[in-house]
Design a protein around this ligand. Structure first.
Ligand SMILES: C[S@@+](CC[C@H](N)C(=O)[O-])C[C@H]1O[C@@H](n2cnc3c(N)ncnc32)[C@H](O)[C@@H]1O
Length: 251
């Protein structure tokens, strides 16, 4: 075999990089929604991230903020919203008057453009790598809602491990996930089975995680043992239809 010079080898291997499944699927979904609702882009983008109406978009966002407040969000913190979409949480943070340093990251340009439009003063970034784009030990919270629900376990692990790097000691990663043992999540499972039975491709991957896997992600990344709820207990915040996990970086 002919050995290629070094610079040619690098070029050939970078040409092989392919867009990941979730980037491709979410970009297609956002563009299809914008095309189907040309007169109401805000609603189109809200629907692309799973909110049927703007009223749902706002009440779900308020619920996100209530979860964050319950887990210690206060003014002055530095937070990172992974898979921020068009700013369901960011817009709710603005509505509640929270003051702090917010960065939202997503893989779809149209979504982060909308967030930037709605929330001047918040930072947004487009990132398609499984990394948290922040310096070491710089964040108080990394949160993400319905994001690991669309990724392969390896992608979720890489984000978890990089969140550990980017969090300050005592910082938290808070996120939602789908699990098999939770009857509320059956509708996602059943919808997926319907797609498979009909031989249809779903719009995007819907991924379930097991609490044992999250324990392992946390342990391997360096976090303390995770805490979980099924999200539906309305004692501390409005019911959240996915399960919730809280991972803390030891102080
Ligand atoms: C169901 S939406 C949830 C949006 C937002 N977290 C919320 O709850 O309002 C899933 C989001 O994850 C984003 N996403 C898809 N693949 C991703 C990836 N590999 N890394 C980060 N975000 C991703 C999508 O573009 C979309 O904005």
């Amino acid at each position: 075999m002919i050995k290629l010079p070094h610079f040619l080898r690098r070029k050939r291997s970078s040409a092989k990089t392919r867009e990941s499944h979730s980037v491709r699927d979410y970009r297609a979904l956002v563009r299809a929604k914008l095309k189907s609702l040309p007169d109401d882009p805000a609603l189109a983008l809200a629907q692309a991230i799973g909110a049927p109406t703007m009223a749902d978009f706002m009440s779900i966002g308020d619920g996100h903020v209530a979860v964050l407040r319950h887990h210690g969000l206060v003014d002055g913190m530095t937070v990172y919203d992974l898979g921020c979409g068009c700013g369901r949480t960011a817009q709710a943070l603005v509505r509640t008057g929270w003051r702090g340093q917010y960065t939202g990251a997503d893989v779809v340009q149209e979504l982060i453009d909308e967030l930037a439009r709605q929330c001047p003063g918040y930072d947004v970034l487009l990132n398609v790598t499984p990394r948290i784009v922040a310096p070491d030990a710089s964040l108080d919270m990394v949160f993400h809602w319905s994001v690991f629900t669309h990724l392969y376990p390896g992608e979720s692990y890489l984000y978890t491990s990089d969140a550990f790097r980017a969090l300050r000691p005592g910082g938290k990663m808070i996120f939602s996930f789908l699990e098999m043992e939770e009857p509320e999540h059956d509708r996602v499972w059943n919808a997926n089975l319907d797609h498979l039975r009909r031989g249809n491709a779903a719009e995007h991957l819907d991924a379930f995680l097991h609490r044992d896997w999250i324990h392992r992600f946390a342990r391997n990344a360096g976090f303390a043992e995770p805490r979980f709820t099924n999200g539906q207990d309305s004692k501390d915040h409005p019911p959240f239809w996915q399960s919730l996990a809280v991972l803390e970086k030891p102080a």
